[in-house]
Write a protein that binds this ligand. Structure first.
Ligand SMILES: [Mg+2]
Length: 177
């Protein structure tokens, strides 16, 4: 058995539905509600990528970030877990071994990490210990989360702030702050 070494570099956790996989488009095209669609076996495997997501994640990897997918599955559809892994293998094979499936996104990450999520109010994502970036939709009324409308804005944010993010990560590692 080999030991896997994880890179010593800031992490960006990325939600799947509504951020990289177009869940909303799929249920609307089927004339179903989100609640109905998410219980159908096979539904998650068929989702189309959100425009710019695949290219955007690859740009984040090129910038030196460690990207992991962070996703929840519906409790009544356990097939969704396998389908999400199959989806990543098809569209982002380089991240196939970096998918975390959890009901509690607040239990993952550290102070210097980031989470990109379209619904920080779900799956305890608002308790993620690092910076939460709300993707798409409306900005929070109280501006509690940073907001990016699309993947162009996400990539721009990380390009602009790359150096300071790496400095904060280094300080956290060295001084635990
Ligand atoms: Mg989502």
């Amino acid at each position: 058995m080999s030991i896997r070494n994880y890179p010593e570099t800031p992490r960006i956790y990325v939600d799947m539905d509504g951020v990289v996989a177009d869940f909303e488009r799929a249920f609307l095209e089927c004339n179903l509600t989100a609640k109905e669609y998410k219980l159908i076996p096979g539904s998650y495997e068929k989702l189309l990528p959100i425009p710019g997501a695949i290219e955007g994640i690859r740009e984040l990897l090129e910038l030196g970030f460690f990207v992991m997918m962070l996703t929840k599955i519906p409790s009544q559809n356990p097939y969704a877990a396998s389908e999400k892994l199959i989806w990543i293998k098809k569209h982002l094979p380089e991240l196939h071994d970096y998918v975390i499936i959890t009901p509690d996104k607040g239990a993952v990450g550290t102070f210097s990490d980031h989470l990109i999520d379209d619904h920080p109010e779900w799956a305890n994502a608002h308790n993620f210990p690092g910076m939460v970036i709300k993707f798409n939709g409306e900005p929070d009324e109280d501006h509690s989360h940073m907001h990016c409308q699309n993947w162009t804005e996400v990539v721009e944010h990380f390009k602009t702030h790359r150096n300071i993010i790496f400095e904060i990560y280094k300080a956290e590692k060295e001084y635990g702050c």
